[in-house]
Design a protein. Structure first.
Length: 317
């Protein structure tokens, strides 16, 4: 077998090609170069990556993402109130008791600041919290985290999608996974928020909301219809940023304890943690909400309840 026959079955090319002289003689190239097609050869690294399964995540009771509004509607003083409120919540005795009650596996928590479609920053990395000391350490990290996003639009769709990726790659395996979205305005992105919300629900992730009502009094209804979703999903409200700290503490207690664990006060029919029960929109509010929520999908199913911190049954007496 000649040289040409030997190389016919190899994954290579010959450059420059063989040439024929005017007299019909075939001459090999004076300096043949072998160029291997690497794509046709098996890669040892790729074989290893296929053969080795991804390591299992650390089991926890809850994976919780705190998504904090840093859009242009939130000034620096208001943003600071949010961060101080969340830090204070993890120092709260009732929140720490809920963490203790979650069992020895604990909870994994991360904080993400968000604004427009591409404006998301993880400013407190995933932290495993099992007890009061861990909660206090997390509170210190939150208090030390500065503002990473100076402003921008309001794209709840973007932060939910960003957070879904974080939940996939964080190295934890939670029995429950929750995205906690807080903000003071509706999405101004033309892509429906419900598209991201529904994607989260299909993947077993619950989306809850904390609506700050000082600029948009109907924001709780917007969150109820277009943002939250999943078993036991709920909205809580804060009348303004000064009320945020108490509201986020109450919300964390409910999210950490779980809707079927936390107790319900007999005088509160609105916060039992079961999707589909609770307050209905007031007569005539649908038209106003439709104008308020331009670009959203109006075919969303009947949403879960809305409640303010004043009627929350999950705070200690």
């Amino acid at each position: 077998m000649g040289f040409q026959g030997k190389v016919r079955d190899l994954p290579l090319t010959l450059t420059p090609p063989w040439r024929r002289s005017r007299r019909g003689r075939i001459h090999p190239p004076p300096r043949p170069h072998l160029s291997v097609r690497w794509s046709s050869l098996p890669s040892p690294l790729s074989a290893l990556s296929i053969a080795a399964p991804a390591p299992a995540g650390t089991p926890v009771e809850l994976e919780l993402v705190l998504a904090v509004d840093a859009s242009s509607s939130v000034d620096d003083a208001e943003f600071a109130l949010q961060m101080r409120g969340i830090a204070a919540a993890f120092r709260d005795a009732d929140v720490q008791a809920a963490i203790d009650g979650a069992g020895g596996r604990g909870i994994a928590v991360a904080l993400i600041q968000w604004s427009d479609f591409v404006g998301q920053r993880k400013t407190v990395d995933w932290t495993l919290v099992r007890d009061a000391a861990g909660a206090a350490a997390l509170a210190d990290d939150i208090a030390a985290a500065g503002r990473a996003i100076p402003g921008g639009g309001t794209a709840i769709y973007g932060v939910v999608n960003f957070t879904l990726h974080e939940l996939d790659v964080n190295g934890y395996d939670g029995r429950r996974r929750v995205i906690d979205v807080s903000g003071d305005g509706r999405s101004d992105l033309l892509v429906p928020t419900t598209a991201a919300r529904d994607r989260a629900v299909r993947r077993g992730v619950v989306v809850n909301g904390l609506a700050i009502l000082d600029d948009e009094p109907m924001l709780d209804e917007y969150y109820r219809r277009y943002v939250i979703g999943g078993p036991g999903a709920f909205v809580m409200t804060a009348a303004d940023y000064d009320a945020f700290a108490e509201a986020i503490a109450a919300k964390l207690i409910r999210e950490i304890a779980g809707p079927r664990v936390a107790k319900r006060r007999p005088d509160d029919p609105h916060m039992d943690g079961v999707a589909g029960e609770g307050l209905s929109p007031s007569p005539g509010s649908d038209a106003a909400l439709a104008a308020f929520a331009v670009g959203e999908d109006s075919s969303s199913p009947t949403p879960p309840p809305v409640s303010s911190v004043d009627t929350n049954p999950y705070r200690g007496s």
